[in-house]
Ligand binder design. Structure first.
Ligand code: ADP
Length: 600
């Protein structure tokens, strides 16, 4: 800062000084010349007027005394008067004794006057030893040789006049010089201050502070520069703001995406990954980082795709699964990031350049794959379920046709078997229809206040017969004093309870016991159907609510099960806003419970 100021000051100051000296020297030179010329011209005029006077009163050349007094008379005008004979002899001189004066025939003004009639010269006088302006005139005499009358006036005056002019010139110049130094100091300080402010401003802008410069007053180039810089800064600020917003928006989008996203650079290092990605590989940190891809991704298939994308520059797709206990499936897309080096996006040059990274997108498709599997299983299950009764019906019908119709002992039994299988088919198709309607969201629900006590008692009563036949003890339903009031579809709830009771009866061996209970708990009415039956292994408990799922398929089919009852029950309970679950131990029995929210 000080350096700049000093150097600028000296630069400006020295320039002023040199300029001033050049101007002064020229003024001095020119003024001197002009003054001298003017003075000489004036002196010449003065001398020639003396010459004219001399013509009026011609010199008494024949009388040396009269000539001397004539010369001194003329010299009263301030000029020196010399009368010189044609041979150069001095006949009279107003300023000097002629006896001691040398011959003047070699004087330039004398020579010029002799030849041209009049001669001028400005030179040093040897006689008087000073500078003089000379004017010599030739006076011709009839019959006699011409005589030269020379007038001279000293140059000393002009020299002193010139000195005066010069002194005042230099005095004024000195004042101007001081003024110049003060002005240049002031200007350079003002200038360097303004430059300093601009420097400070650009440093600030480089540091990310885009506040504008205070208004620059100057209407000069620096003022323009300040305004341009302000404009640039405000445009930069807007650009930075929009870039920051854009980055925040992108970061927010990436963060909230369920897809796992990671960016791998050309050195195969992960430079970014979002939360979803980190969660997939249970790795802690998210955001910007710089770790080897092998450490972060730990999936050879994905790493292979990344390498291919980095070298081939094409978008690649694949599918991977992770986890052993609970495998998860992911569809992988690896897209190379085209290099950005000023080359237009999408241009041929850019396509040919090596990609500088790749984006890995992991999309979880576990549910999709599971649903596909469920659908496949469903088709297989339905065909399987249908085949058994159909094969039986077909077999017995053929047996009857091939003679057994006449067999009085068995024909009725065979037809009954056909009937029971047809019944099973009908159950199956009924359940399937119901299930598909529920799953398609076409369940007709008519929510009304439901008298749970009456509903439970009626279902228990209707099951009592079957239970008794199986020598099971079906106790009366235990219902609390304050029966929770609920809103629901009575016929659907009845179906759920009937299904649970049917199951309890079916899967409880002779002599067992079945209890039905209603209770209120935390805003829900909870119905429990407990039995002392065969129980359900822990591993199957979470799956028995799936379609067609049976703990022991062979046994369950024996006992008329379709494997759809609990799936239907689950849908119905959930449609009421409740839940269904089981607590069971093999060989000790099961407790099926479902809850329905209590009406407000
Ligand atoms: P199903 O028509 O075969 O009874 P469900 O969907 O009602 O079909 O039941 C699914 C499976 O759950 C049954 O096959 C059976 O293995 C098991 N299950 C259901 N209720 C009981 C119970 N009370 N005790 C033991 N196992 C049961």
């Amino acid at each position: 800062m000080t350096l700049v100021r000093t150097s600028l000051f000296w630069k400006l100051g020295l320039t002023y000084l040199v300029l001033l000296f050049v101007v002064l020297a020229s003024v001095d030179f020119c003024a001197g010349r002009i003054l001298r010329q003017n003075y000489i011209r004036a002196a010449n005029e003065h001398l020639s007027s003396l010459g004219r006077l001399a013509k009026y009163r011609p010199a008494p050349l024949d009388d040396p005394t009269a000539l001397a007094s004539w010369a001194s008379w003329l010299s009263r005008s301030g000029a020196r008067v010399t009368v010189i004979a044609a041979d150069g002899r001095v006949l009279a001189d107003s300023a000097h004794d002629i006896e001691t004066m040398e011959n003047h025939s070699n004087r330039p003004e004398f020579l010029e006057a002799m030849s041209a009639g009049e001669g001028e010269s400005v030179r040093h006088s040897h006689t008087l030893d000073r500078d003089l302006v000379y004017l010599a005139m030739r006076f011709d005499r009839r019959g006699q040789s011409a005589v030269i009358i020379r007038f001279a006036t000293p140059l000393a005056q002009i020299n002193s006049a010139l000195r005066g002019v010069r002194r005042s010139l230099w005095e004024v110049s000195f004042v101007i010089l001081l003024l110049g130094i003060a002005i240049s100091l002031f200007l350079s300080r003002r200038f360097t201050n303004r430059v300093g402010r601009l420097q400070e401003f650009s440093r600030r802008v480089a540091g990310g502070d885009f506040r504008p410069l205070p208004q620059e007053r100057g209407n000069d180039e620096l003022g323009d520069l300040a305004r341009t810089l302000n404009d640039t800064a405000s445009r930069l600020s807007a650009t930075v703001r929009s870039l920051t917003e854009e980055r925040n928006r992108s970061a927010a989008i990436l963060r909230s995406m369920v897809e796992g996203i990671a960016v791998v650079d050309a050195r195969e290092r992960v430079t970014f990954r979002n939360e979803a990605f980190a969660k997939i590989w249970d790795a802690g940190s998210v955001g910007i980082e710089d770790k080897p891809a092998v450490e972060v991704i730990r999936q050879p298939d994905i790493l292979k795709l990344v390498r291919q994308a980095l070298s081939g520059g094409e978008v690649l797709h694949g599918e991977v699964s992770s986890g052993i206990a609970q495998p998860r499936n992911f569809s992988v897309t690896v897209a190379p990031i085209p290099p950005f080096n000023g080359v237009a996006p999408g241009s041929k040059m850019q396509q040919q350049a090596e990609p500088f990274g790749a984006v890995v997108v992991l999309h979880e498709i576990t549910d999709l794959r599971r649903l596909e599997q469920v659908r496949k299983d469903f088709v297989a299950n339905v065909s399987h379920e249908l085949r058994t009764p159909l094969t039986a019906i077909q077999g017995f019908a053929e047996t009857l046709l091939s003679g057994a119709l006449e067999d009085k002992e068995n024909n009725r039994r065979f037809i009954e078997i056909i009937g029971s299988h047809a019944m099973r088919l009908s159950h199956l198709t009924d359940d399937l229809l119901k299930l598909s309607r529920i799953e398609a969201g076409k369940l007709d629900t008519d929510f009304q206040p439901v008298d749970l006590k009456a509903l439970i008692e009626a279902v228990v009563e209707s099951a009592r017969n079957t239970a008794t036949q199986k020598q099971l003890l079906l106790t009366d339903a235990s219902v609390p004093q304050n029966v929770p009031r609920i809103l629901g579809d009575a016929s659907l709830l009845r179906e759920v309870l009937r299904n649970l009771l049917d199951n309890a009866i079916q899967y409880t061996p002779l002599g067992g016991r079945i209890d039905v209970e209603l209770a209120a708990s935390e805003g829900f009415a909870v119905v429990t159907v407990g039995d002392t039956g065969i129980g359900i292994p822990q591993s199957d408990q979470s799956r028995i609510f799936e379609r067609f799922y049976r703990v022991d398929a062979a046994r369950s089919r024996e006992v008329r099960g379709t494997g759809l009852g609990l799936a239907i029950a689950k849908h119905i309970v959930e449609a009421h806003g409740g839940q269904i679950w089981v607590e069971s131990a093999v060989g000790r029995g099961s407790k099926f419970r479902f809850s329905v929210p209590v009406a407000a």
